[in-house]
Design a binder for this molecule. Structure first.
Ligand code: GDP
Length: 295
């Protein structure tokens, strides 16, 4: 299960804290040292872990907490609030431009789950009463177009493709098609690569500049921990992404990506992928995720 190691370690640290009854500053410092280690072991970015425990300590070492009847509970409450804030506070919404369609560009490295999540998002939007259109822009691998078509068919969402045509031309034609046929959401499945390279980035920048998407969502694999955060940082620097879709949260991911992406990039996690099936997509709720981590 995701976050298992982190949840266990936090729970052990808080158990010790609870056993102490009244707390002094040293008790809080010691607990925060354990929390910091637990975060680092969960592959949370070093600076994020340090800032986090400093913030919690600063709030916890106050008379209000120390002199309360249940000081350990108060510390746990603060940790919960700060974990929620760390992941973005409230739920992030998709942009809704004054005139449709909303253009959403999905990007990410190969294998992160981009095509699958284009389908999942298409299905979720369709179920909310939208009329999404999936656009096949991964023109380098014919199998990718086919894969999107299969995903689209399973989700009951139409797929726009023009084979190996130039991606910008495909996107422009897709947006025209969406206007003509009343599709209010256009989801562009862009090309993935094994690594970030200049050709890929130039292609994505071109699409961005020519099409002007309302959302640029980066799909990252939570199983890759800090690597996912580094990928997000680079994509954000080059493309100014609007949010992240964090995939494979159903696996035994340690939690580092979920906890660091927002702090490192300043961009929210908007959706979480929780399985291989098309239904396995959730809106990312920072408060629920924090409660899950705290067990
Ligand atoms: P792309 O190369 O980024 O388009 O990645 P794909 O969409 O082809 O997904 C790569 C693999 O990851 C596929 O086998 C998917 O079934 C799997 N996958 C995608 N999302 C999830 C998820 O949330 N959970 C799990 N367990 N597997 C996923």
């Amino acid at each position: 299960m995701a976050f298992e190691g982190l949840a266990d370690k936090l729970s052990a640290a808080f158990k010790r804290l609870k056993s102490k009854g009244k707390l002094n500053e040293a008790d809080v410092k010691e607990a925060m040292r354990e929390v910091r280690l637990a975060l680092l072991e969960a592959d949370v970015n070093y600076k994020v872990a340090k800032d986090f425990t400093n913030t919690v300590s600063a709030r916890a070492v106050g008379t209000e907490v120390m002199e309360s009847l249940t000081p350990a509970q108060m510390v746990i409450k603060i940790v919960n609030e700060e974990l929620t804030a760390l992941m973005g506070g409230s739920d992030a919404k998709l942009a809704s431009p004054p005139s449709p369609p909303t253009i959403i560009m999905l990007c990410g490295l190969q294998g992160a789950g981009k095509t699958t999540h284009a389908g999942k998002l298409g299905l979720m939007l369709k179920n909310k009463g939208h009329r999404p259109l999936l656009v096949a822009c991964d023109i380098y691998r014919p199998a990718a177009i086919k894969q999107l078509q299969v995903v689209g068919e399973n989700a009951g969402v139409p797929v726009f493709e023009m084979g190996q045509e130039d991606p910008v031309k495909i996107c422009k034609a897709a947006v025209r098609h969406a206007r003509d046929y009343g599709n209010d959401m256009v989801l562009i499945d862009t090309a993935g690569r094994l690594q970030i390279d200049e050709v890929l980035m130039n292609e994505l920048k071109n699409i961005k500049n020519e099409i002007g998407p309302h959302e640029i969502l980066l799909v990252v694999d939570s199983m890759t921990g800090q690597e996912a955060v580094n990928v997000a940082k680079t994509f954000d620097e080059l493309l100014n992404i609007t949010g992240v879709i964090l995939t494979k949260l159903d696996g035994d991911t340690r939690g580092g990506a979920a906890l660091s992406v927002r702090a490192v990039t300043g961009k929210p996690i908007k959706f979480a992928g929780t399985g291989e099936k098309l239904q396995d997509l959730e809106i990312f709720h920072p408060d629920r995720m924090a409660s899950r981590i705290l067990g």
